[in-house]
Ligand binder design. Sequence first.
Ligand code: TRP
Length: 389
Amino acid sequence: MKKIILTGDRPTGRLHIGHYVGSLRRRVELQNSGEFDEINILVADAQALTDNFDNPEKVRANIVNVALDYLAAGIDPSKSSIMIQSAIPQLTELTFYYMNLVTVARLQRNPTVKSELSMRAFGEGIPVGFFCYPISQAADITAFKATTVPAGEDQEPMLEQTREIVRSFNHTYHCDVLVEPEILLPQNKASMRLPGTDGKEKMSKSLGNCIYLSDEPSVISKKVKGMYTDPGHLNINDPGKCEGNPVFTYLDAFCRPEHFEQFLPEYRNLDELKDHYRRGGLGDVKVKKFLDAVLEDTLTPIREKRHDLEKNIDYIYEVLKAGTEKGKERAQQTLDEVKDAMKINYFDDKELILQQQKEFDKQRQEREALERRREASRRGNQKKTQEHA
Ligand code: TRP
């Protein structure tokens, strides 16, 4: 079986370092591993509109930002297709058919939907479009027959929902058209869900606790300086906690052994640094300075590449257009198979026409035969009456 990747992001803002360690860094590695037959990356604007329908300008502006972040981080359009979701109408069509296979109760149980619903105050009620976005995500994934979805932990419920739809579809329509995908989670726990600079559980634009891939060095330094650490670590000599301390979580996600050689040669590795912090005697400022250097080392090449790419926005849209065209073809193939399986391929089914013709011919012949028998018996009756007269 082919190994196919599909993954994506909502274009509601620039990508931040949580996106980077949670998925983007891995996508680049997977892309360059040569292990995959196909890599598809979706700029999920239609999904972004499910909770931003009244703010299309925001979505529109961020398509190019997300594409720039992808390319700057190392996504290579000759190896990976980047596409725009709304420009692939086949995805919407698949969504509509999958809706038959999912219950309202099942969507209500989806943990990601649940937590998003509690986060967004939907005043008058939940828009149906938002409520159904997991189904649309299943369409994204299955349209490409993706085997592998590199994504963060928060996407696991979407994958589970997708696998259920796949099983239900293949079972209901006696086929094996759709493929069950697997999630590929980040390799370490820190990258699974990077906390915000304020120590809150999640880095999120609305919480204002993000470091963006495209932030300027001075902005990053300032954000790192202001980061939340262990509130019990008041004096340098106090013992400190590394767990739940976002400075150390970021180091877990970003730092490599060579960073110590380069920026902090007194320590051999992160374990030694953590031990010292736990014992006491290591100040937050020193650790933050190190983190700043590590982030700078990682993000400088990305930022520089972005600045270069920003000179030619025309090219970015060309990449998106080419990727979208390719995506459309793939999605159409799957949609054709889906419609075949669902028996809604009326115009392409020569067999259907022949069979229906045969059926109608048979009915006509039966009607005619009946008519002839009736006629014969009427004549017989007439004859009898005449004979009697
Ligand atoms: N739900 C994802 C997010 O919020 C974006 C997304 C849309 C996605 N379609 C996808 C992710 C398909 C993986 C696969 O970031």
